[in-house]
Structure formats: C-alpha cells, structure tokens
Write a protein that binds this ligand. Structure first.
Ligand SMILES: CSCCC(=O)C(=O)COP(=O)(O)O
Ligand SMILES: [Mg+2]
Length: 227
C-alpha cells in the first residue's frame, strides 16, 4: 500500500533529546511555579490544575501542593496530559520572549520540506501538547515550519505505547493505517503503531538498531516510497 501520510515523533526523532531535557524541561521547572500562581484563576489553567488533583488522587490539594506535584512529574518525565498542557503554556511565554528557539535537526527540516513538496501529508504525534508541538516547529531555529504539517496529535489521543492511540490517529488522518509511515526513536512506540497497521521507521541518531524495524540515523536515509 503506497504511503500517503507521514506521522512523526519529536523528541529523539525530529529534535534532539538534549533540547527537550536540557533546555525545555529546566525552563518549565523554573517558570511553572510563578506561572501557576499568577494564572491559577484562568479557566484553561484551572482546568489543568483540577486534572492534576484528579490524576494524583489529591482532590483537596492547594495551589502550592499542585505545583509540588507538577515539579515531581517534570523530574520523573511523567507524560501526564495536564503537565504537558501547562508546560506548553509556559514554553509559549519563552518562545514569545525570544528565550526559546525550537531545535529541529537540519536533515529533518530538509526531508519534511521535500516530502511536503512531493505531496505527502505530514502529521506530528508527541507526548508534548499540541500547543508545544506548534511552538517547536513554528518558532524553530530553521524558521516557521508549521505550514508543513496537516495536523497534530498528543496524549489526548492516548499514550504513545498503546496501539489504540494509533487507531484513533488513523481515524483522524482519514487514510488506511497501511498508508501511514510512523517515525520514532522508541521501539515500544513503533510496535504499537505496527500493531495498529502502520508502516514504521526507527530513528537511532547515535547509531544502532530499533529491533525488528527499518532503522536509520537521519531523515536523509528515509524514502517513503520504499515502505
Ligand atoms: C513538543 S516538544 C516537548 C516534548 C515533550 O514534552 C515530551 O515529553 C517529548 O515527548 P515525545 O513524545 O516527543 O518523545
Ligand atoms: Mg521520541
């Protein structure tokens, strides 16, 4: 079945793990406490704080306790949807202030532009919120890449290691699962996508192999027509 759409992960795939761990997460840890204190009354923020209380089974947690929970989740890299939503809001301030610029590997920029030009539909699936995804590509070191993408999916479609999430995304994209090529650096994500019927390609940027999947070390090695 010819590939019509390409669905890509961000961290470790289009973008360096070190950008997420050494730049984005520390920025969020530094700025999230004051952001939450200042905006706790805003509807979109209050909704996420309530979701943290629900997810942590602490319905009576005050704002300072919720901040403590969130900082713990950042430290353990928990892919919790309310944390991801709040991180996106905090990062937006950083991108707007020019303190953050999204990292996208030059080979990914080149291939994404080429595939878009060739008529492939491009989509993102990341644990980072859709807002955070739009920011990393919209305010990237290579300029505004957001116009390349036809859609974005985050953990509101489900966890990245579950096949059902990829089935939901297939419905959202609107082509057969076998016409979608999923790119990721995590073998469990590739397995889940394959279980949902997608074609897969692993990214091992430091070399090596993602067992059982075609593996490349840069986007330059990916030919969607070969899947
Ligand atoms: C959208 S940039 C921030 C990425 C992020 O928060 C994260 O947890 C990385 O998840 P991914 O699914 O892209 O590996
Ligand atoms: Mg990844």
């Amino acid at each position: 079945m010819p590939i019509k759409a390409i669905l890509t992960d961000i961290e470790g795939t289009t973008s360096a793990v070190s950008f997420v761990f050494d730049v984005l997460f520390p920025y969020a840890a530094r700025h999230l406490p004051d952001f939450v204190r200042q905006h706790a009354g805003r509807t979109d923020v209050a909704e996420q704080l309530d979701a943290v209380r629900r997810d942590s089974d602490e319905p009576g947690a005050d704002v300072e306790r919720v901040i403590e929970i969130l900082l713990g989740w950042i430290a353990e890299d928990r892919k919790a949807t309310p944390l991801k939503a709040l991180q996106g809001m905090v990062w937006e301030q950083g991108y707007q202030a020019g303190q953050l610029k999204g990292h996208v590997y030059p080979d990914a920029v080149e291939a994404l532009k080429r595939w878009h030009q060739a008529g492939y539909q491009l989509f993102v699936y990341s644990s980072g919120s859709i807002q955070a995804q739009k920011l990393i590509f919209g305010c990237s070191e290579a300029g505004d890449l957001s116009q390349l993408f036809s859609g974005y999916f985050d953990t509101t479609s489900g966890p990245k290691r579950e096949a059902q999430s990829y089935e939901r995304i297939t419905q959202g994209i609107g082509v057969e699962a076998g016409q979608i090529l999923f790119l990721s650096d995590i073998v469990e994500e590739l397995e889940a996508a394959r279980a949902a019927g997608m074609a897969t390609c692993g990214l091992a940027r430091e070399g090596g192999e993602l067992a059982g999947h075609v593996t490349v070390d840069s986007f330059a090695g990916i030919d969607p027509a070969a899947f």
